[in-house]
Write a protein that binds this ligand. Structure first.
Ligand code: 3H9
Length: 685
């Protein structure tokens, strides 16, 4: 059956797209739309046209899988032009998400009607692109420059109510009556004399033409968000052209910028991440008919920063939580922190007071382990020591009802050892949340040797429900993320002894696109994590810093000196401490370039990633990319560590590691997968 069909309702032609899952505007859809529009244009019996979609959404954009392949006519810009030039008024009937090329189709239409739950946006920037089918020129003309600029540069959608306010939609339909309401609207407008043509409008751009500084102001306000990315700058340039130049010239510039971005590395990297994120949710070897466990109540053991943050995820998703602590004071502190966090969100306007109370009402704080008995999933977030974890699992196994899942939030310990303490090893799984757990999107799901398919499937679905991006890892120390962090930290420490400063090391990584480097991160986390004055032996740089009261940002100094705004500056005292250690080490001292530092820190990580793959600890290279992107701030425009390695070439990585063999030391081994792939000219992804 054709993906585009037409139906007649009297003198209205209804064009319907049915291209699951998201009505992407692939070749068949574009060709069908163009044919249907010319059918309407050529038929005197047709007075107006409705374009709508079956299934869960209006067109969610161009078909991303077609990018990079030879283009097939008609192009999307041509289809949008044809719609706009149709002599009969065309109404877009929007439900679900009108995104990217989908919204551009709607902007080509003369009128737009949407259900209240619809969302409209131009998210191309998130794929390293800009809207390439007229969106940068038509949206400012229809919705005004300020809103268009923000929608195009952030990529965030607006809801139907806001779309109505800014003139992006003309009318709201009933929640369940879009098809009828759109036809009625088409009939209304058919009787009108003239129809708005987006490309010809100037009313909404007039103000910005008189105030060209809106663009510079926007760039200044969003500098941090724009840093390193090519696409947002191109978006601003194109919207500026909508104001400065005639429509046709603006379109030419948009096309030029689009072609440049779509063939560039950044967009390839970000498209890779789009599919990688969706791929990560799929687990090899789990039959589709695997049953799921119903999760109606979640138990959390430990009300500290981690336990409290984890609890918030479930409360926010409407799931009741039983929160257990050992002492009343700690429990009260934990509950108060949860409330404070919610209230802060409410103060920023991202939650209502009622929503705060509704979330808090779902929380049952208790000192009694026994209260966990009726939970369907219990996550322990207690001290990171195997003996304590084992004891916890033995107790939970005895108390919690049969069939319930027992999970550990450990960040590096062996899940299988914990599972062995229970009579239900198949129900034990690792759920490694990242701090702050209510904010960070990554969740490492650790699949134990005996974790059942049903348990895995259940926790993956639950992760989606609480808005996390889950990646499955096998059992190995540090799992995927922390295991790869380790070689980076080791090399960063060694570099200090060889003549590099903490600020040079950090700058090499922030220039690459990380939000902070290893020493800035250490200062933020606190240098005294796991350190005690009694146990300190002045044997590492970190110990000496702590002994001198330099324990990180919270004490005003660590590797860096901090001012009242927590801005760090290089510290002469730290330099002196490092110089002493460097002298004692006897290592030759020299200068390092930023490139050398990056090679030294990042190539060993890729090597570790390759080992993780060859051992089957990650299902696929792209899962590793998703972990580093969402858990550790790896810059999106490079596509993650494994994709970046593919981009620079695995042979380059291998050669770099071999060049650095002396510095990396005798314990460092090169992954055989990396060697074989580099030798064969292959890539990880
Ligand atoms: C664009 O439009 C450029 C134009 O300006 C210019 C052109 C000249 N193409 O996310 P889900 C697949 S750029 C191909 O899990 P949800 C997706 O991979 C585009 N495939 O569902 C997945 O496949 P699988 C601008 C796509 O309900 C399946 O559909 N538009 C596309 O959680 C289900 O997806 C965007 O950037 C696509 N465009 O969320 C919007 N979209 O099942 C991108 C989805 O095999 N899409 N797939 O894993 C989205 O944001 C979400 O998919 C959406 C639904 C919110 C629509």
């Amino acid at each position: 059956m054709s993906v585009i069909t037409t139906q007649r309702d009297g003198d209205i032609l209804v064009i319907v797209s049915d291209n699951p899952p998201v009505n992407a505007l692939g070749h068949a859809v574009r060709a069908g739309l163009a044919a249907a529009i010319s059918e309407a244009a050529g038929d005197d019996g047709i007075k107006a046209v409705v374009i709508r979609c079956d299934g869960r959404t209006f067109f969610a954009g161009a078909d991303i899988t077609e990018f990079g392949k030879p283009p097939l006519a008609p192009s999307l810009p041509d289809v949008v032009d044809a719609i706009e030039q149709c002599p009969k008024p065309v109404v877009a009937a929007i439900h679900g998400t009108a995104l990217g090329g989908g919204l551009e189709v709607a902007l080509g239409c003369h009128y737009r009607i949407a259900v209240p739950s619809a969302k409209l946006g131009l998210p191309e920037v998130k794929l390293g692109l800009l809207p390439g089918a007229g969106g940068t020129q038509r949206l400012p003309r229809v919705a005004g420059v300020a809103d268009a600029l923000s929608m195009i540069v952030t990529g965030d959608p607006v809801d139907a109510a806001r779309a109505l306010e800014i003139g992006l939609v003309d009318r709201l339909a009933g929640a369940d009556t879009l098809a009828e309401d759109a036809i009625a609207f088409a009939r209304d407008v058919a009787a009108r004399a003239g129809h708005p043509v987006s490309s010809l409008r100037t009313d909404r751009i007039a103000e910005a033409a008189n105030h060209p500084q809106v663009f510079d102001k926007f760039i200044a306000e969003n500098a941090r968000r724009l840093k390193g990315f090519d696409a947002p700058k191109a978006c601003v340039e194109a919207v500026r052209a909508a104001v400065d130049r005639p429509f046709d010239e603006g379109i030419r510039l948009e096309r030029e910028l689009f072609m440049k971005l779509v063939s560039g590395t950044q967009s390839k990297a970000m498209r890779h991440l789009f599919f990688a994120e969706r791929q990560a949710a799929k687990i090899d070897g789990i039959p589709a008919d695997t049953p799921m466990i119903d999760i109606a109540r979640v138990g959390i053991l430990g009300a500290g920063t981690m336990g409290g943050g984890i609890a918030m995820n479930f409360l926010s998703a409407g799931l009741p939580v039983t929160l257990v602590e050992r002492e009343q004071a700690a429990l009260d502190r934990g509950v108060a922190t949860i409330r404070k966090n919610y209230e802060r969100t409410a103060a920023r306007g991202r939650m209502t007071a009622e929503q705060v109370e509704a979330a808090m009402a779902l929380l049952t704080p208790t000192l009694a382990y026994e209260d966990l008995a009726d939970c369907d999933l219990v996550i322990e977030a207690v001290f990171e020591l195997m003996e304590i974890k084992k004891e916890v699992f033995r107790r939970l196994d005895a108390i919690v009802k049969p069939g319930a899942i027992l999970a550990s939030n450990t960040s590096y310990l062996d899940i299988d050892e914990m599972a062995a303490e229970t009579k239900r090893p198949e129900a034990v799984v690792g759920l490694h949340f990242f701090s702050p757990a209510n904010i960070m999107r990554l969740l490492e799901v650790v699949r134990g040797a005996r974790t059942s398919p049903s348990v895995l499937k259940t926790v993956m679905a639950l992760a989606k429900k609480i808005g996390k991006i889950a990646v499955v890892s096998g059992v190995c120390p540090g799992f995927i993320g922390n295991r790869m962090l380790r070689p980076r930290q080791t090399e960063a420490q060694k570099l200090l002894l060889e003549g590099a400063s903490p600020w040079e090391v950090d700058a090499a990584l922030t220039e690459f696109g990380f939000p902070m480097g290893p020493f800035q991160m250490a200062d933020l986390a606190g240098l005294d994590l796991g350190w005690t004055a009694e146990g300190s032996t002045s044997s590492t740089i970190r110990e000496v810093l702590c002994e001198r009261g330099r324990r990180g940002q919270k004490t005003g100094s660590g590797f860096y000196d901090y001012d009242d705004n927590r801005r760090g500056a290089p510290s002469p005292e730290t330099e002196a401490i490092i110089a002493e250690f460097a002298a004692k080490s006897g290592l030759p001292q020299r200068k390092f370039s930023a490139d050398e530092i990056r090679e030294r820190l990042l190539y060993p990580m890729i090597n570790e990633g390759a080992k993780i793959l060859e051992e089957g600890m990650a299902q696929r290279a792209s899962d590793i990319d998703i972990v580093w992107l969402n858990g550790y701030g790896w810059p999106a425009y490079t596509g993650g560590p494994m994709f970046w390695a593919d981009t620079i070439g695995l042979k380059t990585v291998l050669d770099g590691l071999e060049r650095q063999a002396d510095a990396l030391g005798p314990d460092f081994t090169v992954s055989s997968l990396l060697k074989s792939k580099a030798g064969a000219g292959e890539t990880f992804n």
